[in-house]
Design a protein around this ligand. Structure first.
Ligand SMILES: C[S@@+](CC[C@H](N)C(=O)[O-])C[C@H]1O[C@@H](n2cnc3c(N)ncnc32)[C@H](O)[C@@H]1O
Length: 394
């Protein structure tokens, strides 16, 4: 008898410090959290920090760090050795969080501080700059064993492949010669050999043919270079090669290029840069309307599912995801969308405290007495709409 697969979404209500203590060591591959940003009075803490809070700005930061430290330490224990942590944060605590994570994960486990353009119009309230970004800090558990692939399929854009072949497929031209000077006839002698090509027809061959000229790999300055492909590989993929006349500083010369095809979505990945634009990952406005469609406008600062989906793309499609500051349940929603899109088997454990909703807020008026009631409602609605199941554990 085979065991039932775990549902895509699981929810546990409670203080995350208590819940994390119950989770097995190494049981999450990807932790994404979006903790309270400490903008005023936005973090619900059970521990007693009143003394520290009375001590001005330094005390406020110290209270936040004291709140976060045991939660990050517990999350670190739960993270698999090959796993990765992503944390959303803004300018209020980014400096303190970075130092804290350097302590908890180790400075060498730092992978990136990504700038996320979540508010493209910029914050119009108050004086000063119209802040339009926040951050995602990325730390490995163990950088040597981390399986994160910092690339994405969604960043591959059509304009990167500007040429169109006779059969309609898009491609770009890449030089067949290796442009890295580290590779030359001395370091890679087997890759230095002549090929034959006809710049009029574009045909390439490893042996001479009528109308062909001999082409040797050379750098722009004329120094001898090497090909990127071996002779057998060239013979195997002649249809992906093109001979052309090119203008160089030393006059016209004949060269050979690879036709690098744009493969259908899912096949090609592009390195992720460290600035993520709202048009790529969504904005806070997008996030509010995503939430509205499922359960109403009942949470003030949700994250767009596009942001979490980009994060999910960096890890295997069966990643065990954990969000222990789940809020409105964006991470679980993104996991279901990602599984539905690529057939993945990710699972997501969401944790949120039964923090009372603000009196007079949309949430309270809609009948949600606690934030955890919102998390639960959204994850249930996600399962109804996209499948994958939902369960609540206590
Ligand atoms: C900034 S929100 C997360 C928003 C979420 N990323 C989303 O897209 O909806 C932080 C959440 O952490 C929850 N929280 C704060 N302290 C907590 C604690 N000690 N344990 C569990 N949840 C907590 C709050 O109730 C709040 O919903």
């Amino acid at each position: 008898m085979t065991a039932e697969p775990a549902p895509w979404n699981t929810f546990v209500e409670g203080d995350n410090l208590d819940v994390l203590a119950t989770l097995p060591t190494g049981s999450a591959d990807l932790v994404y959290i979006d903790p309270p940003y400490n903008t005023g009075n936005d973090f619900a803490y059970r521990d007693d920090f009143r003394g520290a809070r009375g001590a001005g700005a330094r005390g406020r930061h110290a209270a936040w760090v004291d709140f976060m430290r045991p939660r990050l330490e517990a999350g670190h224990r739960v993270l698999a050795d090959s796993g990765v942590l992503f944390v959303s944060i803004d300018d209020h605590e980014v400096a303190h969080l970075r130092l804290l994570l350097d302590e908890v994960h180790g400075e060498d486990a730092f992978l990136a501080q990504v700038v996320v353009n979540l508010n493209p119009k910029g914050r119009q309230l108050g004086r000063g700059f119209a802040t339009s970004h926040e951050y995602v800090l990325v730390y490995a558990k163990d950088p040597a064993r981390c399986v994160l692939d910092a690339s994405s399929t969604t960043t591959v854009v059509e304009s990167d492949f500007p040429l169109v072949a006779e059969d309609g497929r898009r491609y770009r031209r890449l030089p067949l010669r290796n442009t890295n000077k580290k590779f030359n006839p001395l370091t890679a002698p087997t890759l230095h050999f002549p090929v034959h090509g006809d710049p009029d027809s574009g045909r390439v061959s490893t042996v001479p043919f009528a109308g062909s000229v001999e082409v040797e790999p050379v750098f722009g300055d004329g120094a001898p270079a090497v090909w990127r492909w071996s002779r057998p590989r060239i013979e195997e993929r002649l249809d992906d090669l093109e001979c052309r006349l090119v203008r160089g500083p030393a006059g016209d010369r004949v060269d050979v290029f690879q036709r690098d095809w744009r493969h259908p979505v899912g096949g090609r990945r592009k390195k992720l840069r460290t600035i993520w634009l709202a048009e790529e990952v969504g904005s806070t406005d997008t996030a509010v309307s995503e939430l509205k469609d499922l359960v109403g406008h009942v949470f003030e600062s949700p994250k767009p599912t596009g942001l979490v989906r980009r994060i999910l793309e960096t890890m295997p499609a069966d990643a065990r995801v954990l969000d222990y500051f789940a809020g409105s349940g964006t991470t679980g929603h993104a996991v279901a969308l990602a599984n539905a899109a690529d057939g993945g088997r990710r699972t997501c454990l969401s944790v949120n405290a039964p923090e009372p909703t603000r009196v007079g807020s949309n949430a309270e008026r809609a009948g949600y007495a606690t934030v955890s009631a919102i998390t639960r409602a959204r994850l249930r609605a996600v399962a109804e709409q996209f499948g994958g199941g939902f369960r609540e554990l206590s």
